[in-house]
Design a protein around this ligand. Sequence first.
Ligand code: GCU
Length: 593
Amino acid sequence: MRKLLTLILLAAALTVKAQDIPQVANILGRHITSLNGTWHYIVDVQEEGYYDYRMKPMRNGFFINAKPQRPEDLIEYDFDKADTMQIPGDWNTQDQRLFFYEGTVWLKRSFEFHPEAGRRTLLYFGAVNYDAHVYVNGQKAGHHQGGFTPFNYDVTDLLKDGENQVIVKVDNKRHPEDVPTQIFDWWNYGGITRDVLLVSVAPTYVENYKLQLASLEGRLLQFSAKLNKAEAGHAITLRIPELKIVKKLTTNNDGSATISMKAKPQLWTPENPKLYKVEIQLGDETISDEIGFRTIETRGKQILLNGEPIFLKGISIHEEKPNGGGRANSTDDAHTLLSWAKELGCNYVRLAHYPHNEYAVREAERMGILVWSEIPVYWTIAWTNPATYANAERQLDDMIARDQNRANVIIWSIANETPHSAERDTFLGKLAKHARQLDPTRLISMAMEVTGASNYHNILHDNMSDLVDVVSFNQYIGWYRDVNDASKMTWEIPYDKPVIISEFGGGAKYGLHGPKNQRWTEEFQENLYRENCAMLDKIDGLAGTTPWILKDFRSPRRVLTGIQDYYNRKGVFSDKGEKKLAFYVLRDWYATK
Ligand code: GCU
């Protein structure tokens, strides 16, 4: 009788579904409740909590959070007795046993919830690396892959009045078909690495919107909004108080609405990163945001910001806290790293090689720092695997959907250092076209490579050059090749497009000093920068650069004892924020730009 009852309850529970819904934009501007904080976790190397001993997914895995009901009951896990860690946060820097760990960890959080009549509740994750199975009160909310973009579910029908639980099975094992694929030069920080939020919305809500300066001449602002439902006749109000703008729009059959309006906003620039308070109202719900207005385009070999040529004085950054702190995920983390970039004289950063957290992009916007944002199509991806393409395209969709209103984001990058082949060209060609469809107002690029010279003559040739607005490439003259030959180099970049050197640089152990031809000394790196900067000045059409990299960062590929110790040492800052000699060379070069 009890067994039958359990089965009926389980069957009933399984019929109530959560909904995997499109990413809801500007979560921070909505009614949110944070589930950040202390979560219990269970390390499950063999996925004992998910598969039975025949490797079949179980109905009563750890996600039901079972508790012994009778003394003889056998339950071989107990979240409430398990260790705890802070979320958002990676497990590698919170539990020494998990420093190198790649596998499954279950994370559980209980929380009080009281449903509001007539409201829907979404469960939002800023990011989970890499594979996430999400359960609410023992029922599946959804499954997501990709470690650097947000996702959310409508869990209204899974929640109950009183105590609730969310359990997430996170797995960061690497696979050939993943994006990124099996090998990458950064630490594979695992876990719930960004915010977890409950979001309260009306049954019909504004899912996403776009507000931009469409053209400089007419000073024309363009606004479009899309509801979560294809419903006509909904009244949306746009307010930009400082510009005395109040506009009413009505949705069409698709649930979307668009309007253009004349306005004279101050333009967003690195020197004057002006943001305007914006309110978008539907019914009694108002979303607030801060938006800047600018135009970005190319003209021949120039990049024009607000119609004026600009040189992008940049630096590449990984999303990693200083001082060995693991994945960065807050405004403070971002402010620290971006302040170091500012000390270099930067007006631009390359957020490598994956979309960084929203706090970082918004903090850069407030600090007047332009952004190159990228999806982790990195090195040799499984080009012919349709699931891999779908995954990459979804990450592109989600990156653009989240940051399309950020004035400082000027370049969408679809790849880094990918090997030439027809399959690769097809894959990237589709991605580039897709990005342009989603956002025709920003520049499209990717980090290509120039890995060799014949007789000191370097030629950039890439079939993708026709599909990008800016031709960008990585080159490591002075480190991986042609040490001390930078001054002899000549360049052939046969495209009438702006050129960005998306990576150059070399390693140095902070505090290690010696002759400039001694690897790993600061003097070696300093000399490499001096020679490279002089060489780059000779490149026709150079519109910017993002040397590799702001600070030393962790990588499992860097194993030289006493020097690397699992750190890539190409930072111009050490991981502790100590300036290496190369810092001054780059700073002084940027002062001439
Ligand atoms: C590559 C790659 C980076 C890597 C760097 C290096 O160009 O894009 O991710 O860290 O080189 O070798 O240090």
